[in-house]
Ligand binder design. Structure first.
Ligand SMILES: C[S@@+](CC[C@H](N)C(=O)[O-])C[C@H]1O[C@@H](n2cnc3c(N)ncnc32)[C@H](O)[C@@H]1O
Length: 248
């Protein structure tokens, strides 16, 4: 995971995802869930390049971002000079003060590839949440994703940002790995004079989940699900889960 979204990848991610995701809508979606539970303090894990942070800040909300990639944090901090971003790992972190809501957006859960990663993450979330607090996170639905990539050898995503046209070509390898883990190779191109020019290539291992698996992981880590939302997000279908701490 060491090189995840580092250096050039962080800038390319930032450019392309501005097209993929409508961050105004994304903010409204998550904020409504947060407000439903009267949560004041918010931690966003996988805060990326700070697009949601910007909306939370504009609305004067108590927000902290946490991300594993220093390069993503650098862009987020530049975009949100007054917000706090922590360099950390969702599998093992400790805030100075627990928060009311922890959100993990943009399918950042895909990087939790072993059962240990998931259990450690839910354990850390539990410890950093106030008694009445909630977690809200999304994940890619394995039951729809696996058939989709089996039928599509190469998946193209196009984006335009600040006048530059980008193409991402993704290839997914489903074989030989455990736990619905996948090898994802992505080639990133810009289009110059109608010609594809490669800018970088990225290889990562990611995981998709069945709803039932997530329900069991939450149960084992003492969370009670209060809402399950079937949500189409860019490119792949996801579920969004909202859960609260069970009192032990
Ligand atoms: C697909 S990006 C989503 C970023 C942002 N949520 C968005 O929607 O624009 C995934 C983010 O998760 C971060 N990430 C991956 N594994 C992590 C971990 N173990 N702890 C914290 N952040 C992690 C990556 O560095 C990256 O910024």
């Amino acid at each position: 995971m060491a090189n995840l979204y580092d250096g050039k990848m962080a800038a390319i991610f930032d450019a392309m995802y501005q097209t993929f995701i409508d961050y105004d809508q994304e903010y409204v979606f998550y904020n409504e869930l947060i407000q439903e539970n009267n949560c004041k303090s918010i931690l966003e894990i996988g805060s990326g390049t700070g697009n949601l942070a910007k909306r939370f800040k504009e609305n004067d909300q108590e927000y902290i971002g946490l991300d594993y990639s220093q390069s993503m944090i650098a862009i987020a901090q530049e975009r949100n000079k007054k917000s706090l971003f922590i360099h950390g790992d969702m599998r093992d972190f400790e805030l100075t003060t627990p928060v009311d809501a922890i959100i993990i957006t943009g399918r950042s859960t895909s990087y939790l590839i072993s059962n240990e990663d998931i259990n450690n993450t839910f354990d850390s979330l539990y410890k950093n949440l106030n008694t009445q607090g909630v977690i809200i996170f999304d994940f890619i639905d394995a039951n729809r994703f696996i058939p989709f990539i089996k039928q599509n050898q190469a998946i193209l995503h196009e984006a335009t940002y600040e006048g530059i046209n980008y193409i991402r070509e993704s290839h997914w390898k489903t074989t030989s790995l455990e736990n619905f883990m996948l090898e994802w190779s992505a080639q990133y191109y810009t289009i110059v004079n109608d010609q594809k020019e490669i800018i970088t290539e990225d290889l990562s291992t990611v995981r998709v989940f069945t709803l039932n698996e997530i329900e069991l992981f939450l149960y084992l880590n003492n969370f009670e699900i209060i809402r399950t939302i079937d949500r189409k997000t860019y490119a792949y279908d996801t579920y969004v889960i909202m859960a609260k701490k069970k009192m032990l």
